[in-house]
Design a binder for this molecule. Sequence first.
Ligand SMILES: NC(=O)c1ccc[n+]([C@@H]2O[C@H](COP(=O)([O-])OP(=O)(O)OC[C@H]3O[C@@H](n4cnc5c(N)ncnc54)[C@H](OP(=O)(O)O)[C@@H]3O)[C@@H](O)[C@H]2O)c1
Length: 305
Amino acid sequence: MTDVLVIGGNHGLGLEWAKYYLKQGKKVTATYHDISKSKELFEIKDPNLAIIECDVTNKNHINSLANLVESFGTIIYNAGTKGYTKKFSTPDENTDEELDLAYKVNCKGLNAVIRAFLPLILKQPQCKIIYMSTGVSSIRDNRSGNYHTYRMTKLAGNQCLRDYDIHVIKKWIENNLDIALRPLLFALSPGLVNIGMGADIEGAMPVNDAIDKMVEVIKYIEKTQDTHGLWSFSGKKIDPYEIPTVLEEYEKKKIASLETEEVKPSKNFLPMREQQAKTTNETNEKRRNSVLEGDQKTFRKIGLG
Ligand SMILES: NC(=O)c1ccc[n+]([C@@H]2O[C@H](COP(=O)([O-])OP(=O)(O)OC[C@H]3O[C@@H](n4cnc5c(N)ncnc54)[C@H](OP(=O)(O)O)[C@@H]3O)[C@@H](O)[C@H]2O)c1
């Protein structure tokens, strides 16, 4: 049993995630890729920490990881690479090899991890898969055209996660499971953090601040189940997404089913039966309104209402 699995947890932000959850007394599994960059991870002496090797470009590694982890509460897919080697390189300067590697780590590896863990995800109410994304994956936000390989492949990662979130919602509904306990798959940007890729860049935020802020966003998403957007550490959506059709239809059906449950008192009913029927209708009305109100709140929160 692991509470939090950090994929790419050997240094940088991933290692900080592992340390944060260990401090909270959680059981953490952290994966490493390059052993030469994993010294600090291996030096942690905590019985709650398990360390496993995983190169996310290697399917065998991912499948063995999925076999080893029997259950989990949260997976943080933190593994990532910029792809480009030359700072401020223009799109035509990036090599095919750079783009291939970025795609494999930032998107294909994520896809392989979710696929390998899917049977477990579908058995675990309220589990979470969090993709460490980035604000630069937003097309709306792209004003410089820099970081080509990184932008393209992180954007692909967001889409990959969104497809799986909707897939899991569909399966959850098909299996008649409680929608309020559905697994949550979402992309979250840490902002510019003074560690790893963001180390020593002007304006980068201390890593502990970034983690504290992201933890608050995660709690909010748990409470509202609002996985419909690329979330920022600041609690705002960088890119809002439409509500999936399957979820909208599910809510409509729920409301319709409450309406057909209504009891219509006949003329011959005794006054007491009439009173009973009236009470039932009133209860149904209240339930229907609370569903509608919940819906409206959700739509308001995501800016659709
Ligand atoms: N720092 C920031 O300001 C910032 C901003 C936005 C988003 N992010 C995102 O946050 C995540 C962590 O970034 P960071 O700043 O901590 O960068 P980092 O220090 O370069 O860390 C990247 C992590 O990904 C792992 N990784 C790379 N290739 C891998 C592979 N083939 N298999 C498994 N793991 C692999 C690295 O392990 P190895 O070195 O052992 O390969 C390392 O653990 C990334 O996904 C990044 O896109 C960071």
